[in-house]
Design a protein around this ligand. Structure first.
Ligand code: FES
Length: 155
């Protein structure tokens, strides 16, 4: 069995684990800006690999929009795709419900039931919605504070 890893980032400095993955097999590197490897998204390279019928199973790990895009490529082809979900996690024990996802019309907690799931069964719309729940607060936390006004102790 051969392993093909397709990795990418916005630009060269965002590409990680290339040397580690090369120990497993071939690696295709993609960058959004073309600064390293193939110019474009990992989904472009995945689409090409899928069109050649070379992939028996796909593991997609990364941003949710990317994992959803990969599943949108593989699902019609019947290629099993495992995704590693990254919802907001709070306690990591299955108690708080923060990491709730819907998989195969069942509620799952990514921290204890996953985080790997069959991508074809994941409700990505719900996951995307839940990931944006705290966006306003995250943006506030990342915004630079005026001197003497920082509420999160970053001064
Ligand atoms: Fe709280 Fe999973 S992080 S239930």
């Amino acid at each position: 069995m051969a392993v093909l890893s397709i990795i990418g980032g916005r630009s060269k400095e965002w590409v990680i684990f290339e040397s580690e993955l090369r120990r497993l097999g071939d690696v295709l590197v993609c960058t959004d800006d073309g600064s390293y490897g193939r110019h474009g998204f990992v989904t472009d390279a995945a689409k090409d690999a899928l069109s050649q019928g070379e992939l028996d199973i796909v593991y997609a790990v990364g941003p949710v929009p990317m994992m959803r895009a990969v599943v949108n490529l593989t699902k019609p082809l019947g290629v099993r795709t495992i995704v590693s979900l990254n919802p907001v996690m709070v306690d990591g024990t299955g108690m708080c419900g923060g990491c709730r996802v819907e998989v195969g019309n069942q509620i799952k907690f990514a921290c204890v039931d996953g985080p790997e799931f069959d991508g074809a069964l994941v409700d990505f719309d719900l996951l995307m919605d839940r990931l944006s729940t705290y966006r306003e607060f995250e943006q506030q936390a990342l915004a630079p504070c005026e001197p003497g006004t920082c509420k999160i102790g970053l001064e």
